[in-house]
Design a protein around this ligand. Structure first.
Ligand code: NAD
Length: 585
């Protein structure tokens, strides 16, 4: 029977010991005879399933621990070797150009930690041509061999050399605090690779029904052409995942990383090469995003876009693909995870102390630069005095500074444009009669791009900072009258174009049921009595709808199936020799 994989629980998969018989086929590479006949060929099923997948344990970096020592050594080594040269990687070779840009530390912007080579038109052509060439053998390589490369990459990253190097590059280049960098650059990326291999090997489990004398089978081909992966600065793991997921399934990828996460992304590329990724399967092409995109998007062989970043750019990409739609070989698959306006909604029955922790961690970890970050809160008037008092008390322990200091909670924002954007919202609130800044509000970009973690309280649920994505350390709170609970849930649902993350806090079960009902379409990742951030691969598959993306849930089988094109084969063992049907005789 045909059973869609999405109906099965990952836990069930995890417990399953092996494939059911009847659809697993031994993969072979292609063997072509002199006359062009092919005796062995497979681009499809893995011969076995990668089993026993668990999430990578999070290292704690406690004083005196070996991981802390390794990390600080790696940070020192990167600083001493700076500026590190970041070439393009095209067809496995380091490629340099005359157009070079700086990578600066966000928390110490006078320091140039790396210099990168920007792609010109000839490099873009070369990268596309080499990936199309690499596809010929990569797409036909048995799935086991492809997946093994990513499983090896996960092992390399789990080990101390690459772990400390990529976590250090994330701390420095993206100004991420140590623990946040560990969660992202080590654990999440390892999980993406291991669970990606696992889900890839599960894709083949549901197969069509076959009647006697017939064998129907479903195979998953990689897309024809190449996948354009465009990654954001804020998660090292997202860059690695956007290219790896399509590639695990036999596709080839053109990777355009963000100019603000280049060091960690470049190291990810080198790690994949060390794990055995063949030349040209992923090409790493930094440079001017608009110039690169203008050339890539009109290429006839564009098979898909795997994007994470802001909403406006994704809309432009979608529109441009539409304009070129008759030029492509196929309809390109477009997968995008975009902006958000994460909310914290409290009911009067909420656990106040835990709610306050969720607001602080949700809003200020990584300086609010998570798509999932909490940036608006709805608190009932009956508990607001207690919430406010505890919030202001707990904020005293939240330190702003360099992420290289283990006691720092809030880091610098990524670049000056981001600094100016956050500052403009704070200035707007300061000048408004509808808002009061109850915590923070200072901004200083003399050394690094530092914005105080800032809490604004507004009397207007549609206030500018309640409804627009800021992507900085700013939380805006609207205090609602307890008898306006339902109306405020409706405002929470309808006041922003986004639908990514949100959380609801209550101990009253009826209130939880009510919020679940009214907020059904307000978030793709909805949390009850927890903060709206820190989704874990294979535990809370991540993604949102409305203006927040295509909701293809990164790190799950839902995302994987976007990168394959199914093909059904019907084989009949005893074909009929009659034209007429029996009743006609
Ligand atoms: P961004 O939109 O500035 O950049 C994203 C990528 O797009 C980068 O690689 C950038 O170089 C590229 N880009 C910029 N201009 C382009 C153009 N004209 N054509 C093509 N590509 C272009 O985003 P960012 O600052 O790197 O990341 C923050 C944004 O990403 C936020 O909006 C955040 O919500 C979103 N985000 C969403 C998710 C999610 O899962 N929904 C995850 C992470 C980040």
């Amino acid at each position: 029977m045909y059973r869609p994989a999405c109906l099965r629980l990952p836990e069930t998969w995890l417990r399953a010991k092996s494939f059911k018989s009847g659809y697993s086929r031994t993969p072979h590479s292609r063997q072509v005879h002199q006359d062009g006949y092919i005796s062995m060929f497979s681009n499809s099923a893995p011969s076995s399933r990668f089993e026993h997948v668990t999430n990578e344990p999070v290292l704690q970096y406690l004083k005196g621990s070996s991981e802390r020592e390794n990390l600080f050594r790696a940070i020192r080594e990167i600083r001493e070797a700076s500026p590190i040269e970041i070439p393009m990687v095209i067809n496995g070779k380091s490629v340099r150009s005359d157009d070079v840009g700086d990578v600066r530390l966000p928390h110490e912007h006078k320091t140039v930690i790396a210099r990168y080579h920007k792609a010109g038109p000839e490099h873009i052509e070369e990268a596309i041509a080499s990936s199309i060439d690499a596809r010929k053998s990569w797409a036909k390589l048995p799935s086991d061999d492809r997946l093994s490369i990513f499983l090896k990459a996960a092992e390399l990253l789990s080990d101390k050399y690459w772990r400390s190097k990529i976590v250090a590059a994330t701390v420095l280049g993206q100004s991420k605090t140590i623990y946040q960098a560990e969660l992202d650059a080590a654990c999440e990326l390892i999980d993406f690779w291991r669970f990606g291999a696992y889900y890839s090997s599960c894709l083949y489990e549901p197969q069509p029904n076959s009647l006697t004398g017939v064998w129907n089978r479903l195979v998953y081909r990689p897309l024809e052409g190449f996948v354009y992966a465009i990654s954001p600065f804020n998660f090292t793991a997202i860059g690695g995942n956007l290219v790896s997921t399509p590639v695990m399934l036999g596709n080839v990828a053109f990777w355009k990383p963000s100019s603000y996460s280049l060091l960690s992304n470049y190291y990810t590329m080198l790690l994949l090469k060390e794990a055995g990724l063949p030349d040209g399967v992923i090409n790493f092409v930094p440079g001017d995003p608009a110039k690169i995109t203008d050339k890539v998007i009109v290429n006839r062989q564009l098979a898909g876009i795997h994007y994470t970043g802001s909403t406006d750019i994704f809309r432009r990409l979608y529109t441009d693909v539409g304009k070129n739609i008759s030029n492509y070989i196929s309809y390109p698959r477009i997968v995008g995870e975009t902006g958000g306006k994460g909310f914290v909604f409290a009911h009067r029955s909420a656990d106040i102390s835990a709610l306050v922790v969720a607001i602080i961690r949700g809003a200020f970890e990584y300086a609010g630069q998570k798509c999932s970050a909490a940036s608006r809160a709805y608190i009932p008037a009956s508990i607001w005095p207690m919430v406010k008092a505890e919030l202001l008390e707990k904020m005293k322990s939240v330190k702003l500074g360099s992420p290289e200091s283990p006691d720092v909670f809030v880091n610098a924002v990524i670049h000056n444009a981001s600094f100016e954007k956050s500052k403009s919202y704070i200035d707007y609130a300061r000048a408004s009669s509808e808002a009061e800044i109850i915590y923070g509000g200072n901004c200083d970009n003399s050394v690094g791009y530092f914005v105080d973690p800032t809490i604004i309280v507004t009397s207007d649920p549609y206030f500018k900072s309640m409804v627009e994505e800021i992507f900085g350390p700013i939380m805006t709170i609207y205090v609602y009258s307890d008898d306006q609970f339902i109306e405020t849930l409706k405002i929470c649902d309808s006041s922003t174009p986004y639908s990514l993350t949100g959380c609801f806090w209550a101990n009253d079960r009826e209130a939880i049921r009510t919020a679940d009902y009214y907020l059904e379409n307000t978030a793709g990742n909805f949390y009850i009595n927890d903060k709206p951030t820190a989704a874990v691969v294979a535990q809370q598959p991540f993604g949102g709808s409305r203006a927040s993306g295509t909701n293809d849930k990164a790190g799950s089988h839902l995302n994987l199936i976007r990168w394959v094109s199914a093909r059904v084969i019907k084989e009949t063992f005893m074909p009929t020799h009659d034209v007429l049907y029996p009743y006609m005789k």
